[in-house]
Every structure is written in structure tokens, then in C-alpha cells.
Design a protein around this ligand. Structure first.
Ligand code: PMP
Length: 569
């Protein structure tokens, strides 16, 4: 029986037998003194050398962030390049078709037309949800690829994960899930499914939440065979040296991109609320992306009014089931206020569109103000530290819990740091790009240093905090963590581990982690733990630390003083 996961059988014959162009640098991956192999100009000006055709460093960083091996990542000149490559790899021109769930992103059908591939539209339901069975019924004998976009452009909604899985289970060709907007949702990416479904290609991009549209860098995440063939077919140097370097620079501190994506998400809700109460608006569709699909009574009037005010939005009224709809990208708070002011009837009748709209008295502007009230001061801090060995970003908020965002390139350390976030009841984001090719030492140590610094900064003057410690069982293991944030540094470690490694982290690095942490947090930290299973012992230690931290940082009485007879900590 033919193995339906054998991707080679899905390739066009000419691609399967393609002997790729090998770049001069393919033959030599070690650093040399003199490069006379690629007919470059030898005089340095910053760009006289060809860029890495494999984009090795950028892929290593993305591998840490996405928690997938580099070999599963293809980088294209925008995800548009990856879309085009899907057709070039899998669809014989003039003899194949693709199915797309409509309405959707226009490049799929344009790239199909360029590659002489027939397009079959499979309508989403009226509320833009995915009807997997109806889509599967559209598949024809020559259908090679299905394109799904989730969150979908232009409707903004996520497609149902089970429906996508149903398509993967029942279609033998390639399924592409375009996740260009995935960073604006709480939903998990489909990337976790590529091991189970080698015929799945997930597209992502640095153009949206990462704020790098000008660099043109998109990702195709898939089985390593597909990634390898895409790399064979792409132009050898498809991402310029300057673009690779700039992306590496911006990605080194990913927390600021995450923070902006959070802001965009909260602005999306505020803009949606504000638009919904405007008379000329019929409907604001729910969105998991950084835009809103909005149906107007008279979309031309709305479009023109915005245009006259210097605001350009996208008319999507000709897209399937989008009659009367404009697609409005979420901007800065000030830009969104302008949109609300221009579209609100009050503003239109007083002729303020296009001017410095005073949005203080319309009902839309009331909505604009909603959610922008400053809350009570929260104890937050962000720290970034870069050395020759690591780049570490940490962000904490001691007064608000949010699902931890941890990426260190070490799966077990990720798992342990997540315990601190979940069980500490705090917001904890930790991203570390480290020299893991050397070993885990610098990454573990530097994460502890920056985490300690960041917690200390967030604690501020420590007014009202609880200070002390916690014990807990973890299956057969027991862990006790005593923590005093009083300011004196003492460290005690009485933990016996049995194996040289736990997961991908050296066992001896855990003592070093907590010692570095106590020095930088300036705390008294006593840790005792015992058990049979090293994973349980260490998970118990991190959870007990998290609970101790939770108790110690909690402000027990709003305005209570520093908890010390000295009056200062
Ligand atoms: N996919 C979708 C769904 C998009 O909306 C867009 C851009 N509008 C892209 C892909 C293209 O992304 P890139 O900038 O990476 O080519």
C-alpha cells in the first residue's frame, strides 16, 4: 500500500529530480580567512559578501521561539514566496487544481493563476466558520493543495482546529494553513501538528505582529523533507544580508514585539466596541487578527469620509460574503480614535472629519475612552541583557497573572520556568538566545541573573510584601523552598539528583541557577528536596519556589508599610 505521508510522491516529477544550484558557500561551512570562491568584490563596505543562503542564525532564533528544530523552518522573501513555492513544488501547471476556503487572502489565487493551477472556491459558512465536509466535497481528482487561512483574512476569525484536523485526515495532498495573524490570538498554532501530519505546511510571517513587513521575511514550517525541497527550489540568496541582519537585531528582544501585539489586541477590542455603536455600522465581525471586518450601511460613504480625513482602509466588499464591508487595520490608540471620531455621526454632522477631531463628546468617543483608564500601579519590570554568549529578555508583572511565555532553547528549563509563572501567579516572560552549541551553562546562568534582576526591580521598595516560604510534595519527591526577600543574601542547597542531566539541562546547573538568582534578587534562599525521580524533584523545587515567591511578593495590605522593624528592606 502506498504511504500517503510519503511527500516525495506528491512532488512534480521535475522537482523530485531537480539537481539544485549549489552556492559557493555550500561547499564550505567553516570560517575561512580569505574568500575567493564567489566572485565577490573583496573590498568591505558592509554588503560586499553574499548573505547566508541558509539563513542559519535567523532560523536558530526562530527555532528557540517556535520550539521547533531549524530543519523544519523554511524562510522566504515574505510568506508570499512560500505560497508561490507550494504551487511550484506540488502542482503541475495546466494539470492540477487547488481548493481554497473563501473569502480568503487574494495571493493564493493569484499565485495559482501564475502557475496555471485551477482554483476551486469552497465557501465558508455564513459566519465565516469552516465546514470541513463541504470543503472536502469540493476536492477533485487533480486537487493537489488545500489553502486555509487561520485567523482568516479578511474575516478575522480562527478556523476550527478540529475541522482542519478533519481535512488533514481525509485529504491525501498538501494542506497549507496560513497563520500570518496567529500572534494576535490566544489559540495554539497548528505547528504542533507537523510531526503527526507531514503533509501540513504552516505559514507564518514576521510582517505582522513582529512589525517587520519592510524586511519581507515569511516562514513555512513543515516536515523537514518539504523544507529541504523548498530550499532547493528557492533563489539561492532569497533574503538579503541587510534584511537578515535587521531581523536578527529586532528579534533579539522579542518581548517588545509581544508587548506591542498585546497592545494591538486590546486596541482591537476597544475599536470594535467603539465601531459597534456607530449608526452607520451594521456589523463588526469578531476578530482574532490585527484588523476588523466591518459592514456599513453605505460602505462607499464610510470609505470616502475616512479617505477625506487622510485615512485609508481596505474595501473588501467584492469578496465572497463581504458585501458592504471595509477591512480596517488596528492602528495606534490615536489612529483608532481618529477612525472612531471620523465615522461617528456626531463628528460627520459637525464636519470635523479630517481635522484634529475632538473626540470627547461623541458616543463613539465615549467608547474610545473605555478601557483606557489607568489602573492602579502594578509592580512590573522588563530587563534585557546581552553578552557575547547570550541575549536574555525577561518581563515580570507581580500583580497580574498571564500565561507564561518562555523560550530558552532548553525544553526542560522552559518547563521549569513555566512553573514559576503558573504557580507564582505572576506574569513571567523569558526569552534567551544562548550559545547552546557550546553547552547549556551560559543560558541557564544568564536567565537566572536577568530573572533575579527583573524580580528585584519589580519589587521596588517592597512595601506591604509577605516575605516567606513553601513546602510541597511532587509525587514521591518533596521540596521545601524558604525565601526571604528582606535583602540579605544567603543560599543553601540540599538537593540530591541522581543523573547527570534532566531532559536537555545539566543537573549541576540547577544549583547554579538558584544561586545566581538569589544573588541578583538579593534574597535569602534555602532549598531542600529529595525523591527518586530527578524530574519530579526539580519540578517540585521550581513549584515550591513559585509558591514561595507568590507568598513573598503578595501585597497583603494595600498601603501597608515595608514589613521590617527597620522600616526598610
Ligand atoms: N498571508 C496572509 C493571510 C496575509 O494577509 C498576508 C499579507 N497581507 C500574507 C500572508 C503575506 O505576508 P508576507 O508579508 O510575509 O508576504
Amino acid at each position: 500500500m502506498e504511504d500517503k505521508n510519503n511527500i516525495r510522491r506528491l512532488l512534480r516529477d521535475n522537482i523530485a529530480s531537480l539537481a539544485p544550484y549549489s552556492t559557493a558557500r555550500d561547499d564550505c561551512r567553516v570560517q575561512m580567512d580569505i574568500y575567493l570562491d564567489a566572485n565577490e568584490n573583496p573590498y568591505p563596505n558592509g554588503v560586499n559578501r553574499y548573505p547566508s543562503p541558509h539563513q542559519t542564525r535567523l532560523k536558530e532564533m526562530l527555532s528557540v521561539l517556535k520550539k521547533i528544530p531549524s530543519e523544519n523552518i523554511f524562510l522566504g522573501n515574505g510568506s508570499d514566496e512560500a505560497i508561490d513555492l507550494v504551487f511550484r513544488l506540488f502542482c503541475p501547471p495546466g494539470r492540477s487544481s487547488m481548493v481554497q476556503a473563501v473569502p480568503t487572502y487574494g495571493m493564493y489565487s493569484v499565485a495559482a493563476a501564475i502557475n496555471d493551477v485551477r482554483v476551486i472556491d469552497a465557501p465558508l459558512r455564513e459566519n465565516f466558520s469552516l465546514d470541513a465536509d463541504s470543503l472536502l466535497s469540493k476536492v477533485e481528482h487533480d486537487t493537489k493543495v488545500i489553502f486555509l487561512c487561520s485567523p482568516n483574512n479578511p474575516s478575522g476569525n480562527l478556523l476550527d482546529r478540529d475541522g482542519i484536523i478533519r481535512i488533514l485526515d481525509n485529504f491525501d495532498g498538501i494542506t497549507v494553513v496560513d497563520e500570518a495573524y496567529i500572534d494576535f490570538t490566544e489559540e495554539e498554532s497548528m505547528v504542533s501538528l507537523i510531526g503527526r501530519y507531514p503533509r501540513l505546511i504552516v505559514l507564518q510571517t514576521l510582517s505582522k505582529a513582529w512589525g517587520m513587513a519592510g524586511l519581507r521575511i515569511g516562514l513555512a514550517i513543515s516536515d523537514k523533507f518539504t523544507v529541504e525541497v523548498m530550499s532547493r527550489v528557492k533563489y539561492p540568496y532569497n533574503i538579503s544580508l541587510l534584511n537578515q541582519a535587521k531581523a536578527e537585531e529586532l528579534m533579539r528582544d522579542p518581548l517588545s514585539a509581544y508587548e506591542k501585539a498585546e497592545e494591538i489586541k486590546s486596541e482591537r477590542e476597544r475599536l470594535a466596541t467603539g465601531l459597534a455603536v456607530i449608526d452607520s455600522v451594521v456589523k463588526v465581525y469578531p476578530s482574532d487578527a490585527n484588523f476588523l471586518l466591518v459592514q456599513f450601511k453605505d460602505k462607499d460613504m464610510a470609505f470616502d469620509r475616512l479617505m477625506q480625513a487622510g485615512i485609508i482602509v481596505r474595501d473588501r466588499s467584492s469578496a465572497y460574503m463581504c458585501a458592504g464591508c471595509l477591512r480596517i487595520t488596528v492602528g495606534t490608540p490615536e489612529e483608532n480614535d481618529r477612525v472612531l471620531a471620523v465615522l461617528s455621526d456626531k463628528c460627520a454632522s459637525s464636519g470635523c472629519a479630517g481635522s484634529d477631531a475632538d473626540s470627547s463628546d461623541g458616543k463613539a468617543s465615549d467608547a474610545a475612552m473605555a478601557g483606557r483608564q489607568a489602573g492602579a500601579a502594578e509592580r512590573c519590570a522588563s530587563c534585557f541583557r546581552r553578552t557575547g554568549e547570550t541575549a536574555v529578555s525577561v518581563r515580570v508583572n507581580l500583580d497580574k497573572f498571564r500565561k507564561p511565555r518562555i523560550a530558552t532553547g532548553l525544553a526542560f528549563l522552559n518547563h521549569m520556568l513555566e512553573q514559576i509563572g503558573w504557580h507564582g501567579g505572576i506574569t513571567l516572560d523569558v526569552i534567551c538566545f544562548g550559545d547552546l552549541a557550546t553547552d547549556d551553562h551560559h543560558s541557564v546562568e544568564d536567565v537566572a541573573i536577568v530573572l533575579g534582576d527583573c524580580l528585584k526591580e519589580a519589587l521596588g521598595n517592597k512595601a506591604g510584601i509577605g516575605r516567606y516560604g513553601f513546602s510541597l510534595p511532587m509525587d514521591e519527591a518533596e521540596a521545601t523552598v524558604l525565601l526571604d526577600l528582606g535583602g540579605r543574601i544567603d543560599f543553601l542547597w540540599d538537593v540530591t539528583l541522581h543523573e547527570p542531566k534532566i531532559g536537555d539541562v545539566s543537573a549541576q546547573m540547577f544549583r547554579h541557577f538558584f544561586k545566581s538568582l538569589s544573588e541578583h534578587l538579593c534574597c535569602n534562599l534555602h532549598i531542600k528536596a529529595a525523591g527518586d525521580n530527578d524530574h519530579h524533584i526539580m519540578e517540585g523545587v521550581f513549584k515550591a519556589f513559585a509558591r514561595a515567591l507568590r507568598m513573598a511578593v503578595r501585597q497583603e495590605h494595600g498601603a501597608s508599610p515595608v514589613p521590617s522593624s527597620k522600616g526598610a528592606l
